[in-house]
Design a protein around this ligand. Structure first.
Ligand code: ATP
Ligand code: MG
Length: 434
């Protein structure tokens, strides 16, 4: 491994620590990915300097964390995380383990070898020494890296019990690296997975973002399904996808899964192309089907579509929040993406243009296009919006007045309802689109 695979900022931190007489190593995913010729996502530094000593070396730094006291060295939007070598929680004071075996506090300082052993997986416990460019390996991590094996350090069951999120990390990282999960690690994961339901929902939310926004969402999703872990992150979605009651619901199930996979494929492509992504959109499609079905039932019972979606979300989101705590800054735009759907489907004339001014329009339009991939009835409507966006403003006005929006699903439901009440003698079919 050479300095070339390390970011400029991480090198600055490594060099300053080294020049100040401290041990200075790159560790974790940065080393692992660099050795695999993958682009490391972030760089973590390990040192024998205490957090306070690190803090005083870098003006642009701050101490963070309670469970782990770490130093963040901040370079604009880039952050290099510096951690002091730590020992296992039960080999000194400063650690705290809860009754169920979970680590609550983990601030026992130790040697570099102690530090390696308390890490999660062998391939994550490799240390690149800035002093001589060597890679230090206490745990046969290089051998596992070379044979593509993903293995927990220490006793796998105990390591999963003390931090069940390691189960998700194993799924995520083995998916990303395309590694085989070693047999004992695998069975420990399956046996301890139920402990994930005790993990604080805020941490689950963070881990969910890493699973689905790290550029390997499709691979992660497949691993989660394979290991039956989706239920701890998206309980309602997982329940629908695993319920195979009748033939009809089975085909519905696979359609929902295809919809999710299309959304995830799109997310991966955006990460790959360095386009912006947002958890609001991710959540919008991961849990859409349940909200949609619930809302359609409400519309059948005479609620207005937008109101029905709001009520459906109010009814279903509390369950989701118990698994992953979604901050308001994401759940609010997510709901806006949903509630814009019926409006996108029924708008006509100049009111349509004002919809385009809505700050959530772009995401809602993307969402409509995603839905249209799986719903014939939405295709015309989605292409109407595609077309109108390509026009100049004055052309748009002409376009909307000459070509009303096709009324798609929500309108159909309402029409059906009216027909049911024999108010309407109109023949079935779409309104004219010319
Ligand atoms: P990536 O950044 O690509 O998602 P990573 O392995 O670098 O993967 P981070 O969350 O950045 O993951 O963690 C950095 C390192 O800290 C890991 O490689 C591992 O050595 C250690 N680590 C992280 N989480 C845990 C954990 N729950 N238990 C033990 N060690 C952990
Ligand atoms: Mg990392």
């Amino acid at each position: 491994m050479t300095r070339d695979s390390i970011s400029k900022n991480a090198l600055k931190v490594l060099d300053r620590l080294h020049q100040s007489g401290y041990a200075s190593y790159l560790v974790g995913g940065g080393v692992r990915d660099a050795l695999l010729d993958k682009n490391p996502k972030d760089f973590d530094v390990a040192t024998d300097a205490s957090p306070d000593e690190v803090r005083s070396l870098f003006r642009n730094s701050r101490i963070i964390g309670r469970r782990f006291r770490l130093v963040h060295v901040v370079f604009g939007r880039d952050i290099v995380e510096v951690a002091t070598f730590r020992a296992d929680h039960d080999s000194g004071t400063g650690g705290e383990v809860g009754r169920d075996g979970r680590i609550l506090r983990d601030n026992v300082f130790g040697s570099i070898e102690d530090d390696a052993r308390r890490r999660d997986f062998t391939v994550n416990a490799l240390y690149y020494n800035i002093e001589d460019n060597s890679v230090v390996d206490f745990v046969s991590g290089i051998a596992d890296l070379e044979s593509g094996i993903f293995r927990l350090l220490g006793d796998p069951v105990q390591r999963c019990e003390e931090d069940p999120v390691r189960v998700l990390r194993a799924a995520r990282l083995s998916a990303k690296l395309n590694f085989t999960v070693e047999a004992e690690t695998h069975s420990a994961m399956l046996n301890t997975a139920p402990l994930l339901s005790l993990t604080p929902p805020a941490r689950m939310f963070e881990e969910m973002l890493k699973l689905f926004q790290g550029g390997y969402a499709v691979a992660s999703y497949k691993k989660l399904v394979e290991y039956d872990l989706l239920r701890y992150i998206f309980p309602q979605t997982a329940e629908r996808l695993t319920a195979k009651l009748t033939d009809e619901s089975e085909s519905q199930t696979s359609k929902e899964e295809e919809f999710i996979l299309a959304g995830l494929t799109n997310t991966d492509a955006r990460v790959q192309n360095e386009q912006p992504i947002t958890p609001a959109y991710l959540l919008a499609f991961m849990i859409w089907e349940g909200v949609y079905r619930n809302a359609l039932e409400r519309v059948e019972r005479s609620e207005q579509p937008v109101e029905a979606l709001i009520n459906a979300a109010d009814q279903l989101l509390p369950v989701q929040q118990k698994s992953t705590a979604v901050p308001k800054r994401f759940s609010i735009p997510m709901r806006e993406i949903w509630t814009m759907q019926p409006r996108l489907e029924q708008m006509s004339g100049t009111r349509a243009l004002s919809l385009m001014e809505n700050r959530r329009f772009r995401a809602a339009y993307d969402f409509l296009c995603l839905r249209a991939e799986f719903d014939e009835a939405l295709v015309d409507c989605a292409s109407w919006w595609t077309e109108v966006q390509e026009l100049a403003h004055d052309e748009q006005i002409e376009f909307v007045s000459s070509k009303p929006v096709v009324v798609a699903n929500w309108g159909e439901v309402q029409k059906k309802k009216r027909r049911g009440r024999k108010f309407s003698r109109h023949r079935r079919g779409k309104p004219q689109n010319s």
